[in-house]
Design a protein around this ligand. Structure first.
Ligand code: C6P
Length: 404
């Protein structure tokens, strides 16, 4: 653990006179030296535009950019790197599918099914595309225990369903959804499965071929990589059949006055100059996680989460929302009596503990439980049980301060 922590220089600092305890990796993870160095090295040595120049720097930048695409493809076991589109983040990945696939395939009478536990990134793009196409948006409900309601889900998946879009892991409940099973249910009614992997890919082994998902959205910044880059995995046949989402340089084959023709996927979806250095550093983040092994990553988080569950459940007035620790990923969102989550987070911050408070861009799931907001602690490879002890002590301090 001390070797891992020494790779993250940012963790070694004091906040308000206390050692930083960073428990906000679900919002964005910290970056190891190796990733920071990959980004700096690119700008120091290789900076050039990709797929355009014929000089040495341009060739190096292009090779490294394409190498990063290959690393991401291997990380999720895609059949080919042509199935990886570099985008800005998971949000853009889902918008790409909703716009490119959705606008070409959805008609009045069709249905898009999402779930009540989605992040706004997997709600709003579907609201926009169903409004534009005349299709109908439906929601699969969530049980009191924070799981999908499978009976309701089965009745909502019908021959009218063209898209079933769901998160692999909720950023509020922590629920890990059975992606292969849900994908099979979508395919059984002829729908495509669009999976939001923003919270799962950084934390769990992912094999898109075994899961058989049609699309998977990924953010680099939640898995040790830089902001400004993410990936959309899409099955080759689907990407090939889709029209582009944005037009411009890089994505065309030929441009005439009255029409244009497109590059093959993935370039067809990468209009304009991409985040080159960030994509290369994303590749370095994948290398880092590969070296640790995703089974280890998951195991480590499970241990911390079980421990945190046990410590936090013992705090009077604290209510964790979502399923038990054996059915969730590495995060806990909770309420503390009727203290506003922002006040809880502010007290924790004074103890050096960084957590997130608010609706975490997932208002419908908070509405489901009749609460406007929660405080959320989220864990990653660099967190330790001792940090959970600091969190628990800081929450006890909050209890004293708000005297209940
Ligand atoms: N959730 C959180 O604090 P972007 O912003 O595009 O990188 O990721 C969007 C996104 C999509 N799906 C899920 C399940 C997510 O959790 C997120 C991002 C952060 O929970 C920031 S709002």
């Amino acid at each position: 653990m001390s070797t891992i922590r020494s790779d993250f220089p940012i963790l070694n600092q004091q906040v308000h006179g206390k050692p930083l305890v960073y428990l906000d990796s679900a919002a964005t993870s910290q970056k190891p030296q190796q990733v920071i160095e990959a980004l700096a090295r690119y700008y120091r040595q290789d900076n050039a535009n990709v797929h355009r120049g014929i000089h040495a720097l341009a060739e190096r930048a292009t090779a490294e950019y394409e190498q990063a695409r290959l690393k991401v493809a291997r990380f999720i076991n895609a059949a080919s790197s042509k199935e990886i589109v570099f985008v800005r983040n998971a949000t853009e990945a889902i918008n790409l599918v909703a716009n490119a696939w959705g606008r070409a395939n959805l008609r009045p009478g069709d249905e898009v099914l999402i779930t009540q536990m989605e992040h706004h990134a997997n709600i709003v793009p579907w609201q926009l595309v169903t409004q534009a196409t005349g299709a109908t948006l439906r929601y699969a409900p969530v049980t009191d225990a924070g799981e999908l309601d499978y009976d309701a889900l089965d009745s909502l998946l019908t021959g009218r369903t063209k898209v079933f879009a769901f998160t692999a892991m909720s950023n509020v409940l922590g629920t890990i959804n059975p992606v292969a099973e849900l994908t099979a249910k979508a395919h059984a009614v002829g729908a495509i499965a669009v999976v939001d992997g923003a919270q799962s890919v950084p934390h769990l082994p992912t094999d898109v071929q075994a899961l058989d998902v049609d699309f998977l959205a990924i953010s680099s910044h939640k898995m040790l990589g830089p902001t400004g880059v993410g990936a959309l995995y899409g099955k080759r046949a689907l990407l090939d059949a889709m029209p582009p989402f944005m037009g411009g340089g890089e994505m065309i084959r030929e441009v005439f006055m009255d029409h244009s023709t497109w590059e093959d996927a993935p370039l067809k979806f990468e209009a304009g100059t991409p985040a080159i250095g960030e994509a290369i550093a994303f590749g370095a983040a994948v290398d880092y996680l590969d070296a640790l092994g995703m089974d280890w990553v998951h195991q480590h988080e499970m241990e911390i989460t079980h421990y945190a569950w046990q410590r936090l459940s013992a705090i009077e007035g604290l209510r964790i929302i979502g399923p038990g620790p054996e059915r969730r990923g590495g995060l806990l969102a909770f309420t503390l009596a009727d203290v506003h989550p922002h006040d809880v987070a502010a007290v924790l911050d004074m103890q050096g503990v960084a957590v997130r408070a608010g609706h975490h861009c997932a208002q419908p799931i908070h509405d489901r439980y009749g609460i406007p907001a929660t405080t959320r602690a989220s864990f990653y490879i660099y967190n330790t049980p001792e940090e959970v002890d600091v969190l628990a002590a800081a929450l006890e301090r909050a209890r004293e301060l708000f005297s209940f």
